[in-house]
Write a protein that binds this ligand. Structure first.
Ligand SMILES: *Cc1c(COP(=O)(O)O)cnc(C)c1O
Length: 372
C-alpha cells in the first residue's frame, strides 16, 4: 500500500499526460509556453479570484506575497505553530519576525483567540510592528477565516492564506486560495493538486499586486525582460509542469476531490468510535491533503505507527516538531503553544489519496481497531 499513490494517478491519466509532455518537447517552448497562461486562467476561474500568477514552488509563492507588501525587518508576522517549516521560514527570510501562535486541537488550524492575544502582546511590547497573518489550511481544511479575517481587520493586518495543502477546500461556498488578501498554493507532487516536480501559484483579486508578482517572478522585469525595474527572483512554473497540471486539474475537479472525501468518510465511519478522527466544522470542506488521527500519547502513537509498518501500512507524522522548537528559530522570543506541543507528540496521518479503494481503508482500519 502507498501512503499517497502517485503512480495510480499517472496510470489513470497516462494518455493525456504523455501527450501533454510530448507536446511541450515538440514545441520546445519550455519557459512561459502557452500552457502556463492557460493554466493560470483555469486556476483563477476554479478558485474564484481575478488573478493567478504561477511560480517555481509554494515557498517562493509565500515569499513573493511578503515582498509585494514590503514586509521586512521590524515587522511581526503571525504564523501558526503547527505547520510545515516554510510557512514561517519565509517570514525570517524577508528579515521580519515570525510570531508563532497556537492552534485549535480539533481542526489543527490557527486559533483566532490566541491570534488576537499574540497581536495585543506584540503591540503592548512595542518593539515590532504587527503587519500580517499567515493562515495555513492545514491537511486540506481551510483555516477559520470567519474569525481570522475579523481579527486581521480589527488590527489592520494583511492576511496571507498559505493554501499549499488547502487547494480544493472550501468555506461558506467559497474555495480555498481565495480567502487571503493574497493566497498561495504549492504543486509539490504530494499536495492535493501536484505536478511532476516543484511548482506553485499566487492568487489575488488586486490587479496592481498581480502585476508586481508577474514582475518579480522574472527578475523584476519592467516593460520587457531586459528592462529591470526592481530586484526580483527567478521563479517561473515550467511549461512542462503547466502542461501536466492541466489534465490533472480536470481530474481533480471531475472526480479526485470527491474521491478523497469519500475515502475520508470510509475512515471516519470505521474509526470515530475508537480514536479522535479529523473534524470538519459546519460550512467547511476539506481537500484531505492528509487524514490525521490524534492518539492519546507519544508512546501510543509511536507504538501504533511501528505496528502498522510491520503490516505494510505506511503512515506519517505531520509534524513531529512545533515551529517554535525548530533550531532555526532559536533566536526568537519564547512563545507558549501547548496544543501544538501536544499534537506533535500524538498525531498520525494515514494513507490518503483519490485512488485509495474502500478495501485498503478497511484493511488499515481493521489493523488500527485491533491495536486500539
Ligand atoms: C508544502 C508546503 C509549503 C511549501 O511548498 P513548496 O512547494 O514545497 O515550496 C508551504 N506551506 C505549507 C503548509 C506546505 O505544506
Amino acid at each position: 500500500m502507498q501512503f499517497r499513490d502517485l503512480k495510480a494517478q499517472y496510470a489513470a491519466l497516462k494518455t493525456e499526460i504523455d501527450a501533454a509532455m510530448q507536446q511541450v518537447a515538440g514545441d520546445g517552448n519550455f519557459i512561459s509556453g502557452a500552457q502556463v497562461a492557460e493554466l493560470e486562467e483555469a486556476l483563477a476561474e476554479y478558485v474564484g479570484v481575478k488573478h493567478c500568477v504561477t511560480c517555481g514552488n509554494g515557498t517562493d509563492a509565500l515569499t513573493m506575497a511578503l515582498m509585494s507588501w514590503e514586509i521586512g525587518p521590524g515587522d511581526a508576522v503571525f504564523v501558526p505553530d503547527f505547520t510545515f517549516f516554510a510557512s514561517g521560514e519565509v517570514v525570517s527570510f524577508e528579515g521580519a519576525t515570525p510570531i508563532f501562535v497556537d492552534v485549535e486541537a480539533d481542526t489543527f488550524n490557527l486559533d483566532p483567540v490566541r491570534l488576537e492575544e499574540a497581536v495585543l502582546a506584540v503591540k503592548e511590547e512595542g518593539k515590532l510592528t504587527p503587519r500580517a497573518v499567515v493562515a495555513v489550511d492545514l491537511f486540506g481544511l481551510p483555516a477559520d477565516y470567519r474569525s481570522i479575517r475579523a481579527v486581521a481587520r480589527k488590527y489592520g493586518l494583511l492576511l496571507l492564506e498559505d493554501g499549499a495543502q488547502g487547494f480544493g477546500g472550501s468555506l461558506d461556498g467559497r474555495r480555498a486560495c481565495s480567502f487571503g488578501d493574497i493566497s498561495t498554493t504549492s504543486f509539490f507532487p504530494a499536495k492535493p493538486l501536484g505536478c511532476y516536480g516543484d511548482g506553485g501559484a499566487v492568487f489575488t483579486d488586486d490587479e496592481a499586486t498581480a502585476d508586481y508578482l508577474r514582475s518579480i517572478r522574472v527578475h523584476g522585469k519592467g516593460s520587457f525582460k531586459y528592462d529591470n525595474v526592481r530586484i526580483g527572483m527567478n521563479s517561473r512554473l515550467d511549461t512542462l509542469q503547466a502542461a501536466i497540471l492541466l489534465p490533472k486539474l480536470r481530474a481533480f475537479r471531475e472526480y479526485e476531490l470527491e474521491a478523497v472525501n469519500r475515502a475520508a468518510g470510509w475512515y471516519t465511519e470505521r474509526l470515530a468510535d475508537v480514536v479522535k478522527t479529523p473534524v470538519v466544522p459546519e460550512g467547511f470542506g476539506s481537500s484531505w491533503a492528509q487524514y490525521t488521527i490524534t492518539l492519546e500519547s507519544r508512546e501510543q502513537r509511536d507504538g501504533i505507527q511501528a505496528a502498522l509498518k510491520e503490516q505494510g501500512i505506511p503512515t506519517m507524522v505531520y509534524y513531529p516538531k512545533p515551529m517554535h522548537a525548530q533550531t532555526a528559530f532559536a533566536g526568537l522570543p519564547p512563545v507558549s503553544c501547548p496544543v501544538s506541543d501536544r499534537l506533535c507528540g500524538c498525531v498520525l496521518s494515514l494513507p490518503m489519496h483519490p485512488y485509495l479503494g474502500e478495501g485498503n481503508v478497511e484493511f488499515v482500519c481493521e489493523a488500527l481497531r485491533k491495536l486500539l
